[in-house]
Design a protein around this ligand. Structure first.
Ligand SMILES: [Mg+2]
Length: 174
């Protein structure tokens, strides 16, 4: 069986909607996903970098994120043909570990716990494919990188790109 490694944030877990809602509420702003084309929130409001990062350092931040549309159904289907690992760069926010683990147990209970990988540098991952929204993880990845579209990466070129989970399904099962 070929092995697919799948990122969490921005791929199966929608952190952006929550981060944006909290930021807009606390700073009385009305920034939309459209405003974030080609950049992250910290690049749009660099003087508020610490405040923006603090949302993600809050231990419970990741616990109630929305599941990305169709990701559960498609991953369940893929798991019949591929070995699936969820690989998340948890060392960026070590306080998020428990919330992320509980979130995976709640929403992806059909996957074995042993297939959840909380890691630092993703170049250690040995898989045939990596689905991720950050191109930096592909630089030293030996398999096929697949860029999952997120507002911040819309202008990245030169990668295999999927825009949603139905396109992931088409890529692997057609
Ligand atoms: Mg990500």
């Amino acid at each position: 069986m070929k092995r697919i490694a799948i990122d969490m944030d921005g791929v199966i877990a929608d952190y952006l909607s929550k981060q944006l809602a909290l930021f807009n509420r606390d700073h009385n702003e009305n920034i939309t996903v459209e405003d974030l084309k080609g950049k992250k929130l910290i690049e749009l409001r660099p003087h508020l970098k610490d405040e923006i990062m603090n949302y993600l350092k809050e231990p419970s931040f990741f616990r109630d994120l929305e599941v990305m549309k169709d990701s559960q159904e498609v991953i369940k289907e893929l798991s019949e043909h591929y070995e699936i690992f969820i690989t998340t760069a948890a060392m960026e926010f070590p306080t998020s570990f428990t919330a992320k683990y509980e979130w995976l147990r709640e929403h992806f209970s059909f996957l074995n716990d042993m297939n959840f990988v909380f890691c630092g540098d993703k170049s250690i991952i040995n898989a045939d494919y990596l689905i991720d929204d950050n191109v930096r993880h592909f630089k030293r990845f030996s398999g096929q990188g697949i860029l999952f579209t997120s507002p911040h990466n819309v202008y990245e070129t030169g990668y295999v790109r999927v825009n949603n989970w139905q396109e992931v399904r088409d890529y692997f099962l057609k």
